[in-house]
Design a protein around this ligand. Structure first.
Ligand code: SAH
Length: 242
């Protein structure tokens, strides 16, 4: 039995990168030198969550600043995009706060969110490809965020994220990891007054939009930067050419 387990584990190690905390730390330090990582908390969380544990092996170095394919016509975003979104949402990721991550893919950023809000907080990841949901859960279980999955403060779900996740609403922070043709009303509805939504919007040309719900319920929108994300769409449309 033990021998079988060893063989199985050896096989798994060949399938997925094993992660390297030194290289991960160097990646975060480089993002800090570029001014993309600015806050101490974002730095600590990106150092604690090893990106190498979230990337399929054979697709290049997980620590290079570029997006990588994760199958199913999806990608893990580049480290500088993850850092940018963590910095944009930092004040809305305080201990005890609630966060929704739509298009959670590998689970990397969802795990970072969970570390930011801690065991008293609540983070929900929604991803519409069930295989990616299983993949993300396996990844998180091997990461520093595993206890947060165990205690229920972090949960991952297979569903259409365009509807958000009303069960846990309202949220202090909502992040969307895929580009929507327009800002989904359901996500605005699930944002707390005082909450912040970060979402790429557009088709060919996309802008990362930062949306604040003001205390009176009105909305302020600004463009942060031009981006290129996979579309927030139906499962059938995403898998059509796969
Ligand atoms: N933040 C993730 C991004 C993954 S790419 C990461 O860095 O790992 C975007 C993800 O959005 C893909 O996994 C894709 O399957 C998912 N997606 C696209 N449309 C969706 C929808 N309607 N509902 C839920 N997930 C969606």
């Amino acid at each position: 039995m033990e021998v079988l387990r060893l063989i199985f584990n050896r096989g798994r190690r060949r399938l997925w990168t094993s992660g390297s905390s030194d290289k991960n730390k160097a990646m975060v330090e480089q993002l800090e030198r570029c001014g993309i990582v600015q806050s101490k908390r974002v730095k600590e969380v990106m150092e604690a969550i090893d990106r190498g544990l979230f990337v399929p092996a054979g697709s290049g170095s997980p620590y290079h600043d570029s997006p990588m394919s994760i199958g199913y016509n999806a990608t893990i975003s580049a480290p500088h995009m993850h850092a940018t979104c963590l910095e944009l949402l930092e004040k809305h990721l305080q201990p005890g706060m609630r966060t929704l991550d739509v298009g959670s893919g590998t689970g990397y950023l969802t795990a970072c969110f969970a570390m930011m809000v801690g065991p008293q907080g609540r983070v929900v990841g929604v991803e519409h490809i069930p295989e990616l949901v299983s993949f993300s859960i396996d990844n998180i279980k091997r990461s520093a965020a595993a206890p947060l999955l165990d205690n229920g403060s972090l949960s991952m779900h297979a569903a259409d994220g365009r509807q958000g996740w009303p069960e846990m609403a309202p949220y202090d922070a909502i992040h969307v990891g895929a580009a929507a043709p327009e800002i989904p009303q359901s996500l605005l509805d699930q944002l707390k007054p005082g909450g912040k939504l970060v979402i790429p919007v557009g088709t060919v040309f996309q802008e990362l939009k930062v949306i604040d719900k003001n205390p009176d319920g009105s909305i302020s929108v600004r463009d942060e930067t031009s981006v290129r994300y996979v579309p927030l769409t139906s499962k059938a449309a995403q898998l059509k050419a796969y």
